[in-house]
Design a protein around this ligand. Structure first.
Ligand SMILES: NC(=O)c1ccc[n+]([C@@H]2O[C@H](COP(=O)([O-])OP(=O)(O)OC[C@H]3O[C@@H](n4cnc5c(N)ncnc54)[C@H](O)[C@@H]3O)[C@@H](O)[C@H]2O)c1
Length: 253
């Protein structure tokens, strides 16, 4: 029970690594606010948690809408009596619309920024005062190895939003250390989730990508959820402003 007596909000917890983390955190004793745009998948995550004996609350909303994020935090705090973990997981990767700066429209640039960067802004803006009331807390941001490497197949708005989160992570870590609030960022490599599904459909594509990864496989949602669990728990109590690259060795090769 590594998260006993903790309350966590996870954005984008209806699918992929967000759902995996929600189920894992709940199995470790956390009460989880499942924040998700899609009501069906959000409710399914809550059912999975409750069937396993855990506690969760579904909060339907869009991370790019401040009122939705604030409402979810208020509802979670009212139900569970506090908040300790902010996991800014939700993000979109739209390779068809988010390309090089010379090909991307302003509208497509803005929507990717609104979800991938403004979403974590709203979550931390409204979540941190609750962590302060709780006396400590852990913030987990999600970057990407694309922000460390740059991608040859450009997705410039996505990459810039993830890069900005690296800076935000450092700023949050320094500002709120006095409140015992830690902030760390995970950089996933290629992880087999619904986000990547459209780009992995082609026969042989998964195998081709796996052959470029030193550990010889794509990551699983559990690989990232395990890293997030460590950052959420007191086991990482002396870690703040840190970056965890979870990519099977792709970045260092
Ligand atoms: N999968 C990868 O290879 C990979 C690699 C690097 C970084 N990431 C990052 O990891 C995070 C999780 O990715 P994933 O692969 O699990 O994605 P996913 O698409 O599989 O799941 C994301 C979830 O977020 C929800 N969501 C999307 N937009 C939302 C919004 N505006 N408001 C609320 N919920 C919203 C979706 O409905 C979905 O349930 C993202 O930030 C992504 O950028 C993923």
């Amino acid at each position: 029970m590594r998260l006993k007596n903790k309350v966590a909000i996870i954005t984008g917890a209806g699918l992929g690594m967000g759902r995996e983390a929600a189920v894992l955190f709940a199995s470790e004793g956390a009460k989880v606010i499942v924040f998700e745009l899609n009501p069906q998948s959000g409710n399914e995550t809550v059912s999975l948690i409750e069937k396993a004996g855990g506690q969760a609350l579904f909060a339907q909303g869009d991370v790019s809408k401040e009122a939705d994020v604030k409402r979810a935090i208020d509802a979670g705090v009212a139900k569970f009596g506090g908040l300790h973990i902010l996991y800014a997981n939700a993000g979109v990767l739209w390779k068809d619309r988010d390309k090089s700066v010379i090909e991307t429209t302003e509208a497509n640039w803005d929507i990717v920024q609104a979800i991938n960067l403004k979403g974590p802004f709203f979550l931390t803006k409204h979540g941190i005062p609750q962590l302060q009331k709780s006396g400590s807390g852990s913030i987990i941001l999600v970057g990407s190895i694309s922000a460390l490497l740059g991608f040859t197949l450009a997705q410039d708005s996505y990459t810039c939003a993830k890069g900005a989160l690296i800076a935000l992570n450092k700023s949050l870590a320094i500002q709120f250390a006095k409140d015992k609030i830690r902030s760390n960022i995970i950089h996933p490599g290629m992880i087999d989730t619904p986000l990547q599904e459209p780009y992995l459909k082609e026969p042989g594509k998964r195998e081709a990508i796996a052959s470029c990864i030193p550990l010889g496989r794509l990551g699983s949602p559990r690989d990232i959820a395990n890293a997030a669990l460590f950052l959420a728990s007191d086991e990482s109590a002396f870690m703040t402003g840190g970056e965890m690259v979870v990519d099977g060795g792709y970045y260092v090769q």
